[in-house]
Design a binder for this molecule. Structure first.
Ligand SMILES: Nc1ncnc2c1ncn2[C@@H]1O[C@H](COP(=O)(O)OP(=O)(O)OP(=O)(O)O)[C@@H](O)[C@H]1O
Ligand SMILES: Nc1ncnc2c1ncn2[C@@H]1O[C@H](COP(=O)(O)OP(=O)(O)OP(=O)(O)O)[C@@H](O)[C@H]1O
Ligand SMILES: [Mg+2]
Ligand SMILES: [Mg+2]
Lengths: 285, 285
């Protein structure tokens, strides 16, 4: 059955896009058929995978503002959930495809707000149902906000991964994030569970970083020990952390995943190991 | 005359808060009387300077939703630009004060939208005019967005600093940022000029980083050579870059600036040198 994972964190610049793209590539290398959905108007995941959202060009007459008869991006798919997303899905490598974003996505919040609240957040889920036989895993790159785009990601997802840096200031937003996941879980998506935190841009030598990691591990352990029914009761800090490695910042400029760019560098080794860890968690149930 | 500088970048996690607080502290060390204005509902600058926005507690009867008779944060000051900001301004070190944020700031976008567009972005400027004899420099920490809070920062400012990391993905948002500065400059604040880019979390050894820096330097050089009247015609990449230094990520957890926490570490040396560079630019006119 297709697993849908939302990579979310309302804090900016924490590693969501880098993790979505490279974890997707790791899963594809391990034999899974993977789709990346780019839900961010910045379109960085699309850019990272060699799709230039800016080169999509203006729309045909009658197709702007959501009038498309044929999907070319996540924008069309959210606008009209009756559209088949398949024409918009681009294969970028073996077993690895992307449903790209475009800058029009920035306006979707306003455009969808004309729908009833319950309706405006189920658009992506409806669209992904149409391709559930084609993919083993879907990874959704969310924008740095808790608005309608991220909510579409959370409602479409089975699981949530939270990329973050183990810094003090990064901890400050986590409780708000988990509240949002809980609210969505209760109201719209009862199966939604938090797989855990992916440590990004990690400095394994720093005492401060180790303390922040320990704080998070204690928080998750307390959550599971409490027996309380929260979406994070089985969450953990995933291993391994993804070390800071400049190659991860370079490969987006070539439209490549780390495995295409530098398959033996620390960044590639870490994401490959993370891919194995995620597959292991799926196998365990 | 009081110099007002907005530290802005709609991209998240690029070093706005770290730069606002530590550059402010460097300027204070160099003899300037400095005010930090925290315009971000995340209130990280406030936290960084030892002010716990969460501990402000609920408001008195009749004072919530902007009914305050006495300012306690940037929220009140934006809500009612007739209020004197002074009661909300807290001294945290010699010549260094902060006008803190609080989470209510998140709602101000909606609340201020009832005002005419031109009116809703001049609130901070009106408030700062009341304290212009008390400070030599005001540094405004903007949230990661181009909404009404950042616009208040841009309209109140004389100058803009753009903190960013010299990474490919970080370049993608810069043109949109400069467009916004230009629009605000033309419509609301003709004196607004971009001082330049502050390189944050800098890795001086990376070839990729050097290429990105060179791209930016060429862009600014072309801008000034063209003789065109843009807000960035005198902008540059400021020196020195601020190297990645874990101490800069640690000191917010103690509510301290880098100069209070580790005055001789690379992060402190870099921000001290940046402070001198900014003072030099002000002296040159
Ligand atoms: N492990 C790493 N080592 C070095 N650089 C990294 C690493 N992970 C991410 N980066 C770089 O850090 C920056 C931020 O990462 P990324 O874009 O993945 O974050 P994000 O959470 O998706 O940001 P946004 O909130 O803007 O969508 C990018 O320039 C990226 O190339
Ligand atoms: N030079 C540096 N070395 C090490 N860590 C740094 C450095 N500069 C900033 N950081 C850390 O990086 C993270 C992001 O920095 P910061 O909060 O200043 O960015 P920001 O642009 O204000 O983020 P936001 O968009 O969320 O307001 C923080 O955890 C901060 O402590
Ligand atoms: Mg991203
Ligand atoms: Mg900040």
């Amino acid at each position: 059955a297709m697993r849908v994972v939302a990579l979310m964190n309302q804090k900016g610049g924490v590693g969501k896009t880098t993790t979505t793209v490279n974890l997707a590539a790791a899963l594809a290398d391990a034999g899974k058929r993977v789709l990346v959905v780019d839900l961010d108007p910045q379109a960085h995941a699309s850019l990272h995978m060699g799709v230039d959202a800016a080169s999509m060009g203006p729309r045909a007459e009658g197709e702007s503002g959501g009038g498309a008869s044929r999907a070319r991006s996540a924008y069309d798919v959210l606008w009209d959930s009756a559209l088949d997303p398949s024409p918009a899905i681009l294969a970028v490598a073996e077993r690895l495809s992307v449903l790209p974003a475009e800058t029009d996505l920035a306006g979707i919040e306003t455009e969808l707000s004309e729908l009833a609240p319950g309706e405006r957040v189920t658009r992506l889920r409806a669209a992904l149902a149409k391709v559930s036989d084609r993919f083993d895993a879907v990874l959704i790159d969310c924008p740095p906000s808790l608005g309608v785009l991220t909510l579409n990601g959370l409602v479409a997802a089975d699981e949530v991964l939270i990329p973050m840096q183990a810094h003090f200031l990064a901890l400050q937003g986590v409780s708000k994030l988990l509240e949002t996941v809980q609210r969505v879980g209760q109201a719209l998506n009862p199966g939604l569970s938090v797989l855990g935190v992916v440590l990004c841009m990690h400095d394994p030598t720093s005492t401060h970083v180790k303390e922040v990691v320990r704080d998070m591990e204690e928080f998750f352990a307390a959550g599971s020990a409490s027996g309380q029914e929260t979406p994070w009761k089985r969450a953990r800090v995933l291993q391994p952390p993804i070390r800071r490695n400049i190659k991860l910042a370079e490969c987006p400029s070539f439209g490549q995943t780390i495995f295409q760019y530098a398959p033996f560098c620390p960044g590639a080794l870490d994401y490959a190991a993370l891919g194995k860890a995620v597959i292991g968690m799926w196998a365990d149930g």
